[in-house]
Design a protein around this ligand. Structure first.
Ligand SMILES: [Zn+2]
Ligand SMILES: [Zn+2]
Length: 188
């Protein structure tokens, strides 16, 4: 990928849309098979299974632009201390997962919001792959974590962490208050 591209994304109804700035090194495509990611997708109306997992793109929030529809941003979490799961209140589309503080510059859009996610590249990282009769297995997770930490550190030192659609960087608070999703969210 030579040049920078503005990859369009949208909620299902189109009221909220924008672009993700993608170039070489912008992020890591990854499939998360964890229960939370699968439940969140299901809760927001996208079929998902632990075997298939949920395709994400680990990147930093400054790359994620909301062109229209900020007023429809919603914020949920599966547990009172869970990750922030951003969604749209117009049509209940999950947009992605972020950290709970802007200084940890981390955002992973779910790839289902992109009409064409192919420029994000093919995922070689798989997290929490369920194993019959044993603990979950990770595939190439460590390089993804190292890249994530490096991107976040670079955003912190460069000041790019302040460029986020999700937080008021002066107060550190999210732009909308988080709500805890129903206990049975995403359960079959
Ligand atoms: Zn919508
Ligand atoms: Zn997950």
């Amino acid at each position: 990928m030579a040049a920078t591209i503005a990859l369009p994304w949208s909620c299902r109804c189109g009221a909220v849309h924008g672009t993700l700035r993608v170039e070489r090194g912008a992020g890591t495509p990854a499939i998360c098979h964890c229960e939370s990611c699968v439940r969140a997708q299901r809760h927001f109306g996208v079929e998902a299974t632990r075997a298939e997992g949920v395709a994400l793109f680990q990147t930093t929030p400054d790359r994620f632009s909301i062109v229209e529809g900020t007023a429809h941003l919603g914020l949920g979490r599966l547990t009172p201390k869970g990750s922030y799961r951003w969604f749209t209140t117009c049509c209940n589309t999950q947009l992605g997962v972020s950290s709970t503080t802007p200084k940890f510059a981390f955002f992973s859009p779910v790839q289902t919001i992109f009409a064409d996610p192919s420029p994000l590249g093919r995922a070689r990282t798989h997290a929490y792959v369920p194993q019959p009769g044993g603990p979950d297995k990770h595939i190439r997770l460590m390089p993804a974590i190292i890249a994530l930490m490096a991107r976040s550190a670079s955003a912190l030192t460069s000041g790019r962490w302040r460029d986020t659609p999700f937080f008021d960087v002066e107060t550190g608070q999210p732009v909308v208050p988080p709500v805890v999703l129903p206990k049975d969210a995403g359960h079959a």
